[in-house]
Design a protein around this ligand. Structure first.
Ligand code: ADP
Ligand code: MG
Length: 703
C-alpha cells in the first residue's frame, strides 16, 4: 500500500457538495436546489423531503448516526444539539433511519440559554434554526460518532436575529443588490450577482497539554494571568517563518487533512513572530462560507491539538511580552462574470470603475470608522490593538505609494495622468533573475490595507468570529454604493457625474488615508487632529452600534432593527463583564490557593536556613536579605489580593450592564494588573522547584 496522500480524493470527502447532490438527487430537484442556492427563494417541503433523504443516505453511508443544526449564537462560537436518525420501530420492531424535509429546514432548540440581550424572555424561549442552503452540509467526526451538520441561521420566535449568520446573510443580499446597480451603471449588464469574497488568515499558539493542565489561568481564561517573562522572547526574530518543529509539523499535517476533508482549502502554514505561535490561511471563498469555514478552522485546530498532546490557544493575548494573535480578513467584491471590483489593472489611474469603487470604500470606511472598529472588538483584542504588534485602535486606510499618488492627483486636479511604476529588482547576482517589483511595499501597521486586489482588515481578534466584521464591511460599502447609484442613475452625463463624484468623495474623506507608521505616537496625535475616532477598548466601542448614524444605516437596509442592535449592545457588555469576572476570580483563586502557599513555604525554608546558618556560627546576612525580599513581595501580593477581592465584590453588586462593564474595565482590570506585578516578581525569586505552575519558558519554548 502506498502512503502517498491523495489530496484531490480527500478534499471535501465529508461535504455534501454540489457534485454529490448532482449524483444523488433527481435532476429536477438538483436544479431547483442550485437555483435556490444561487438566486435565493423558498424551498418547498416536497423538495426538502427529497433533499433530506439523499442527505441522510449519504451521511449514513459515511457512518453518521445523528444530525444537528449547526449554528452561531452570540457566544461567538458554534452550537449544536444532536438528534439521531432513529425513528419509531414498526409493529415488528424494525427501525428505519429517518430524516425529513421538515427536520432539514427547521429546528427548534430551546433558546433560553443562549445570549439574547432581552430579545427573548425565558418564558418565551422559542428560537428557531433555519437551514442556510448557501452553505453546504458536512460530516463531523468526534468521540460521539459521525454527525451530519446542517449550517443554519438562528432566530427568535419573532424573527429577530440571535446569531452572527442572519445579519451576515442579510448584508450579503444588500451588497449584492447595491453593487449590481454600480456594475450595471458601468456597462456590465450581464452581471447577475456580486459576491463578497473573504479569506481569513488565522493565527494561533500551541502549548503542551500536560503543562496547560497545570495552569488554571489557561484553562479558565484562555490566557496567562501571571507569568514572568522568559529570558528569551521574540527578539531574535528566529521563529517567524522558521523551520517547523517535528511535533508541530505533525500537528499541521493532521490539521490540513482534517480541514481538506471538510472542504476547507488550507493553503499556507508558517511559524509566526512569537515563540509557539503559528498561522494557517485558506484560499478565499464566498463570505458566508468563509465565515463558516473559519469557525471550522478554529474548532479543528483545537480538536487536532489534543491528538498530539497539545492545546491550541486562540486567545488574542495568551502571553504578555510577546505578540498576540489576530486574524487578517481579506475582502473583495467579484461579479458572477468574473470581474473583481477591487482589481486596479495595470493602469489604475485610467480605470474609472476601480477608482470609483475605491472612492466609495474610502467614503464608507471614513463615515463608519467607529462601526468597523467595533466589529473587531472583543475582550481579548483589548490587549492587542494599539500595542505595537497589531494595528492601532484607530481606523485608517493604507493604499500604498502608487494609489496614494493617484488619489493625490485626483484631489488636486480631478485627473490622474501619471503613475508611479514598480522598479526593477536587481540582486547583483548574475544567476538570479531580475524582476519587476510591486509599485507598492507592504505596511504591516495598517488596520485596513489595500493589498493588490482586495482590502485586508487586520484588526480582527484571533478568537473572534469574522461574521461581524464582514457584516459591517458589506453594510457600509453597500450604503456608499446606494447613495452614489441614487445620483448616478439620474445623471444626464454619467461620465461627468462619476468624475465629479470620485473627486468629491476623495476630497471629503482623504483624512482616513494614512500610509505611515501606525505604531508611532505621532500618528495618534495626527489622527486626533484629523478628527478620526480612537476607540481604545471594547467597552467603549459598544455604543457605536446604536448611534443615530448606525441605526439609520442598518434599518435602511434591513440588516439589524434598532431592537436587535440594542440587544447586541447589552450582550457585549455582559460578555465583557463575565469574562473579566472569570479572570479576576481565577487570579484570586490562584493567588490564594497556589501562589501564596508556595511563597509561604519558600519563606519557611529560607527562615529555617537563616536559623541553621546562624546556629552554625556563620554570617546569615545574605539569607536574611533574601527572606526579606521574598516576604516583601508576599506582603505586596496579599495587599493587592485584598484590593482585587474588594473591587470584584463591588463589581458583582452592580446591576446596570453598561456601568458594570465600565467598572470591570476601569477598576477590576486595574486591580488585576496590580496583583500581577508582585507575583511575577516573586516568581523570579522563588526556587523553580516550588513554583506551583509551569513558567513562560516551559510553556512557549518547550512545545
Ligand atoms: P498577502 O500575502 O497579501 O497576505 P495572500 O496571497 O497570502 O496575500 O493571501 C492572503 C489571504 O487573502 C488568503 O486567504 C487569500 O486567499 C486571500 N485573498 C487573495 N485574494 C483575495 C481576494 N481577491 N479576495 C479576498 N481574499 C483574497
Ligand atoms: Mg496577509
Amino acid at each position: 500500500m502506498s502512503n502517498v496522500m491523495n489530496v484531490e480524493e480527500l478534499f471535501a470527502s465529508k461535504v455534501f457538495t454540489r457534485e454529490t447532490m448532482k449524483a444523488r438527487l433527481p435532476k429536477n430537484t438538483y436544479k431547483e436546489v442550485i437555483r435556490l442556492m444561487d438566486e435565493g427563494g423558498e424551498l418547498s417541503l416536497a423538495t426538502a423531503d427529497v433533499v433530506a433523504k439523499a442527505m441522510k443516505d449519504w451521511a449514513v453511508e459515511n457512518g453518521a448516526t445523528h444530525y444537528t443544526h449547526w449554528f452561531q449564537p452570540l457566544t461567538g462560537i458554534t452550537a449544536e444539539k444532536h438528534d439521531s436518525f432513529v425513528s419509531h420501530p414498526d409493529e415488528n420492531g424494525k427501525m428505519i433511519m429517518e430524516f425529513s424535509g421538515k427536520e432539514l429546514i427547521k429546528g427548534e432548540p430551546d433558546a433560553s440559554s443562549f445570549p439574547s440581550g432581552g430579545l427573548r424572555a425565558t418564558f418565551e424561549a422559542r428560537g428557531y434554526t433555519a437551514w442556510d442552503i448557501t452553505s453546504p452540509a458536512f460530516l463531523k467526526e468526534d468521540a460521539t460518532g459521525v454527525i451530519l451538520c446542517i449550517p443554519t441561521a438562528f432566530c427568535s420566535y419573532k424573527g429577530e436575529a440571535l446569531d452572527k449568520k442572519t445579519p451576515l446573510l442579510r448584508s450579503l443580499e444588500v451588497i449584492n443588490e447595491q453593487a449590481l446597480r454600480i456594475v450595471h451603471l458601468f456597462g456590465n449588464t450581464d452581471a447577475k450577482k456580486v459576491i463578497a469574497s473573504v479569506g481569513a488568515e488565522q493565527e494561533y499558539f500551541l502549548v503542551d497539554r500536560e503543562k496547560y493542565l497545570q495552569r488554571p489561568d489557561l484553562i479558565f481564561a484562555g490566557r496567562t494571568l501571571f507569568g514572568a517573562p522568559a529570558p528569551k522572547g521574540q527578539e531574535m526574530e528566529d521563529h517567524y517563518f522558521g523551520s517547523i518543529r517535528e511535533r508541530v509539523g505533525a500537528y499541521m499535517k493532521d490539521l490540513n487533512v482534517e480541514l481538506w476533508k471538510l472542504g476547507v482549502t488550507a493553503k499556507t502554514q508558517h511559524n509566526e513572530a512569537a515563540p509557539a505561535q503559528h498561522e494557517l490561511a485558506p484560499i478565499y471563498e464566498e463570505a458566508n462560507i468563509a465565515v463558516d469555514h473559519n469557525q471550522l478552522v478554529m474548532e479543528t485546530m483545537k480538536k487536532v491539538a489534543g491528538r498530539h498532546g497539545l492545546t491550541c490557544l486562540l486567545h488574542e493575548k495568551p502571553f504578555a511580552g510577546v505578540n498576540g494573535s489576530g486574524k487578517h480578513n481579506n475582502w473583495s467584491l467579484t461579479t458572477d462574470n468574473g470581474v473583481n471590483l477591487l482589481d486596479p489593472g495595470d493602469t489604475p489611474n485610467e480605470n474609472i470603475q476601480f477608482l470609483f469603487v475605491l472612492a466609495c470604500i474610502i467614503k464608507a470606511v471614513d463615515t463608519h470608522a467607529d462601526l468597523l472598529r467595533q466589529s473587531a472588538a472583543d475582550v481579548g483584542n483589548d490587549h492587542r490593538l494599539g500595542a505595537d504588534e497589531a494595528p492601532p485602535a484607530i481606523i485608517s486606510i493604507f493604499l500604498g505609494e502608487q494609489l496614494e499618488d493617484v488619489v493625490r492627483q485626483l484631489v488636486e486636479t480631478g485627473e490622474a495622468s501619471s503613475l508611479i511604476e514598480g522598479g526593477k529588482l536587481q540582486t547583483g547576482v548574475s544567476t538570479l533573475p531580475d524582476f519587476v517589483t510591486d509599485a507598492t511595499d507592504r505596511n504591516r501597521t495598517s488596520p485596513f490595507a489595500f493589498t493588490g486586489n482586495k482590502f485586508e482588515f487586520r484588526m480582527v481578534g484571533s478568537s473572534d468570529s469574522i461574521g461581524s466584521p464582514n457584516t459591517i464591511l458589506n453594510a457600509i460599502v453597500a450604503e456608499a454604493f446606494c447613495e452614489a447609484a441614487d445620483i448616478l442613475e439620474k445623471a444626464d452625463n454619467f461620465e461627468m457625474a462619476v468624475h465629479d463624484m470620485i473627486k468629491e468623495y476623495l476630497t471629503k474623506h482623504q483624512r482616513i488615508i494614512f500610509n505611515g507608521n501606525g505604531y508611532a505616537d505621532e500618528w495618534v496625535k495626527e489622527a486626533e487632529r484629523r478628527g478620526l475616532p480612537n476607540i481604545k477598548t471594547m467597552v467603549e466601542s459598544v455604543s457605536t452600534l446604536t448611534t443615530e448614524k448606525s441605526v439609520k444605516l442598518f434599518e435602511k437596509f434591513g440588516i439589524f432593527t434598532k431592537t436587535e442592535l440594542e440587544s447586541r449592545e447589552e450582550i457585549l457588555y455582559e460578555i465583557y463583564s463575565k469574562t473579566i469576572n472569570i479572570e479576576a476570580l481565577t487570579m484570586i483563586d490562584m493567588t490564594s490557593r497556589q501562589i501564596i502557599p508556595a511563597v509561604v513555604g519558600y519563606c519557611k525554608t529560607l527562615a529555617e536556613t537563616v536559623v541553621a546558618v546562624k546556629g552554625a556560627g556563620a554570617d546569615a546576612t545574605v539569607y536574611t536579605q533574601l527572606l526579606t525580599e521574598v516576604s516583601d513581595k508576599l506582603a505586596d501580593m496579599k495587599e493587592a489580593l485584598v484590593k482585587l477581592q474588594e473591587a470584584e465584590e463591588k463589581a458583582a453588586a452592580l446591576k446596570n450592564g453598561k456601568d458594570k462593564a465600565f467598572f470591570y474595565k476601569d477598576v477590576v482590570r486595574a486591580a488585576m494588573d496590580e496583583l500581577r506585578v508582585p507575583v511575577d516578581k516573586a516568581e523570579l525569586l522563588v526556587d523553580k522547584k516550588v513554583w506551583p505552575m509551569p513558567t513562560y519558558g516551559d510553556l512557549i519554548f518547550e512545545v
